[in-house]
Design a protein around this ligand. Structure first.
Ligand code: FAD
Length: 502
């Protein structure tokens, strides 16, 4: 039985990266925000390899840069891929510089218990009323508009909160997304499943690549190898769906056999032992994780993070999409609550930008996977990405850094600007360094980068580069008839007409 109803401007459901981001950025505009989280933090979550756009874009806006610096996370300067017959992994660097000198050209490999806890406590510091062990049961609606939620408090009593907006950030397992209507469409293309665990004593890649994520292919799929500390490594196998029976029968054997099938990971783990106790002692399985909801918002409610969509983890885009959508939703809520925009106008911008970001990654990854379907293999067998021309590589690195939208909030720093302006030269060196030869697969990669979706990304990169040399230019709308972010990045504004050259 419900015992009381409290009033807030906004209720956020779920305290992962999406929920904490949105709650903090709305509270920073002076609104009353409650965040209801089912678990008590710190709690486990997969998704440990992050992108620079999250660390230097959204996390900077959230004000947690120093805390992240001090948390002791592994510095991730890029990614390493290993496939085909070559024994050496190919590395891409966010910095696009062999010296890795740019101070913001990196991300982190994070223990999600710590990372998510930092973001959630930061929300509380910004005035968000954070309530843990408070699972939301359902949305409350009045005349077709969501007006609040019902939840269970830690004492087991049912409570109700009313709000102008409910943001569903309850992740993959939440059910509140049903309140927006429409449905969750599972991807026809990405149907893989993952089995993962943790190891102590795994070796590291040499030199500056030691903190990279390694994605290594073998016959039945690919493995991730994420160095979480000097000694702890997250290892997961992404396998084709026909292997579900084998995984269900014995998940430990399935992971062990995947590692045995993949030379580079087998060697890296040759002196390691699997963690068998505590939070990291469990071998976990995830499936059905690539989907998108048919609608991202309805009156009074919006979906952010995994509640809205997720896609295959190969380029570590989940936390980026979660924090980026949290930022977009916060701008929309802040603009409507300030009386500056209608809900329709503000949330159309939210959904348009969010879908665009998701769609580009989706198409890009589909094209990657498709390429090897022809060759009865995975994309990583296609060839070293450094076989491409420098401009293609530039687009690639920017895309996988989470910076392709060109949003100032994600890339606007001196370091990032100089990174984009100097990237051509550095890339040329990086490509030369690998001594890559043009091959049939390399040509197919080049074709991929000529696809319309990737040309779009590259056009955006030109925009970013232009901004690097002309920092005073205003941010153009990303969408036709769209809005632009305000100078503080926390609301939307109508774009100003270009000044009359006369
Ligand atoms: P979550 O982090 O899931 O947070 C949702 C929160 O909502 C949880 O704390 C949950 O307890 C809470 N909640 C749920 N239901 C309720 C309720 N009813 N009431 C209140 N609270 C509720 N991403 C990366 O960036 N890098 C990676 O390397 C990566 N690897 C991945 C590997 C695999 C195999 C998979 C499946 C995903 C991976 N991801 C990765 C994706 C990443 O896990 C997610 O995209 C990310 O955690 C989404 O954040 P979120 O805030 O939307 O949701």
């Amino acid at each position: 039985m419900t015992t009381s109803t409290e009033e807030f401007d906004v209720v956020v459901v779920g305290g992962g990266p999406a929920g904490s981001t949105a709650a903090t950025l709305i509270a920073r505009q002076g609104h009353r925000v409650a965040l209801l989280e089912k678990e008590r933090f710190p709690r486990y979550q997969i998704g440990e390899s992050l992108l620079p756009a999250t660390i230097h874009g959204v996390c900077r806006l959230l004000g947690v840069t120093d805390e992240l610096d001090q948390a002791g996370f592994t510095v991730k300067r890029g990614g390493s891929f290993r496939w085909g017959s070559s024994p050496d992994p190919w590395n891409f660097l966010f910095a696009l510089s062999p010296q890795l000198s740019g101070p913001t050209s990196y991300a982190y490999q994070v223990d999600r218990m710590t990372f998510d806890d930092i973001l959630l406590r930061n929300a509380a510091k910004h005035g968000v009323d954070v309530r843990e062990e408070s699972p939301v049961l359902s949305a409350v609606s009045t005349d077709g508009q969501v007006t609040g939620v019902r939840y269970t408090d830690p004492a087991g009593r049912q409570q109700e909160l009313s709000a102008r907006y409910v943001l569903d950030a309850s992740g993959n397992s939440g059910r509140l997304h049903r309140a927006v209507g429409g449905q969750r469409h599972m991807s026809d293309f990405f149907k893989n499943l993952a089995v993962f665990g943790y190891f102590e004593g795994g070796k590291r890649l040499p030199g500056p690549d030691a903190g990279n994520i390694l994605c290594a292919a073998f016959d039945e799929g690919w493995l991730w190898y994420i160095p979480l500390s000097d000694t702890l490594t997250s290892v997961g196998a992404v396998l084709t769906p026909d292997q579900i029976g084998r995984i269900q029968a014995d998940r430990e054997a399935a992971l062990r056999e995947a590692i045995q099938s993949c030379g580079i990971v087998r060697d890296l783990l040759s002196e390691a032992t699997r963690v068998t106790e505590g939070t990291y002692g469990e071998i976990r399985v995830r499936k059905d994780y690539s989907y998108s909801h048919s609608r991202f918002w309805a009156p009074g409610i919006a979906l952010i993070g995994d509640a809205a969509c997720f896609i295959d983890p190969v380029f570590s885009t989940g936390v980026h999409l979660a924090t980026y959508s949290g930022l977009l939703a916060a701008r929309s809520v802040n603009s409507v609550l300030a009386g500056e925009l209608t809900e329709e106008r503000a949330f159309t911008e939210f959904e348009g930008r969010y879908r665009r970001e998701y769609a580009v990654f989706y198409e890009f990854l589909s094209a990657f996977y498709d390429m090897q379907a022809d060759e009865n293999s995975y994309f990583w067998r296609a060839r070293k990405v450094t076989n491409m021309a420098t401009t293609d590589m530039e687009a690639f690195t920017t895309l996988v850094a989470g910076a392709f939208s060109g949003e100032r909030a994600l890339v606007d720093s001196e370091e990032l600007r100089s990174r984009f302006t100097s990237s051509s030269t550095d890339l040329a060196e990086a490509v030369e360094r690998t001594g890559a030869a043009q091959t049939e697969s390399g040509e197919r990669m080049t074709e991929l980068f000529r696809a319309p979706v990737v040309s779009d990304v590259m056009a955006e990169m030109n925009q970013i580069q232009r901004r690097g040399t002309e920092p005073e230019i205003s941010e153009p709308p990303l969408l036709a008839d769209g809005l632009v972010p305000t100078a503080d990045g926390l609301r939307w504004a109508e774009p100003q007409p270009a000044p009359d050259p006369a």
